[in-house]
Design a protein around this ligand. Structure first.
Ligand SMILES: Nc1ncnc2c1ncn2[C@@H]1O[C@H](COP(=O)(O)OP(=O)(O)OP(=O)(O)O)[C@@H](O)[C@H]1O
Length: 259
């Protein structure tokens, strides 16, 4: 029998603290199939980043387990790429050298990796900036470079923690389209944390909503919008209905307080 590609089962994470234990995750169950684009939404502090860190093998759980491609996780799995809200580019290395950090870490063949890095930089609109330093780039360009760095090792599983949270709305829309494009081409499994309902609906096959106190999965919504999604998708009735349904859920459980 085929097992679920990423299988999070009865997963609990408690951070001990002198002011009392913090129950960051409480019996979280979530199964993700290979190639799916899954977003995680939830209020601030509900444990979204913790979940990503545990899937990345950077934190261990208190109870329960995570299986990736049939193996129980006990450290960072092979074939993992990660993008954070802050781009974490190294200022004294050029854009290309930053992307090549992954190749060095994974000990990839240098000339093949360099070709792939240049291909990705071109795909993400950074042709001509390969030899610039991060401080010479805009926020959107820096984040594009960080995505190229995560992709250059051709990860099977890409974890993205609010990668576009610090960007202006136009750049964010543009990067949503670019990310969808790369995902459609490569069919990687993608776990994406965001605070934006619109972004989650636009990008995902499934939107997972987490609650706070206790931090659990309270909704698992399939987004059945045709692909490729374009800017006009956001104006469609079906898109609007998904957004309204999620907003209503947020209000019901007290995440949204407004009208
Ligand atoms: N290393 C740590 N030690 C102790 N507590 C922690 C640690 N990391 C996170 N926490 C706590 O765990 C809870 C979940 O934090 P986490 O960063 O996962 O939430 P989040 O949903 O990603 O938040 P945000 O949306 O604001 O980024 C919070 O109460 C946080 O204070």
């Amino acid at each position: 029998m085929m097992s679920t590609y990423l299988d999070i089962s009865e997963f609990t994470k408690v951070y001990p603290s002198p002011r009392g234990d913090v129950h960051a995750l409480e019996s979280v169950n979530l199964g993700i199939e290979e190639g799916q684009f899954v977003s995680i939404l939830g209020p601030s502090g509900c444990g979204k980043s913790t979940l990503l860190k545990c899937v990345a093998g950077l934190e261990s759980g208190t109870c329960g387990q995570i299986r990736f491609d049939g193996e129980v996780l006990d450290g960072p799995p092979n074939g993992l790429g990660m993008v954070f809200q802050r781009d974490l580019l190294v200022d004294w290395r050029t854009v290309l050298e930053n992307v090549m950090i992954t190749a060095e870490f994974l000990e990839l063949d240098e000339s093949i990796a360099r070709k792939e890095a240049l291909r990705l930089l071109e795909l993400f609109g950074l042709k001509g900036f390969e030899h610039h330093h991060p401080w010479e780039l805009s926020g959107g360009m820096r984040q594009r470079a960080a995505i190229c760095r995560a992709l250059v090792g051709n990860p099977r599983l890409l974890l993205m923690d609010e990668p576009f949270g610090a960007l202006d709305a136009m750049t964010r829309d543009e990067l949503n389209i670019e990310l969808q494009h790369i995902w459609l081409q490569s069919q990687k499994t993608l776990l994406f944390v965001t605070h934006s309902i619109q972004e989650a609906v636009f990008l995902s096959d499934r939107v997972i909503v987490m609650s706070r106190n206790p931090a659990r999965v309270i909704e698992d919504m399939t987004i059945d919008l045709p692909r490729p999604r374009t800017l006009s998708t956001r104006g469609s009735t079906q898109f609007g209905e998904y957004v309204i349904e999620l907003q209503a859920l947020f209000k019901r459980v007290g995440i949204f307080k407004g009208e």
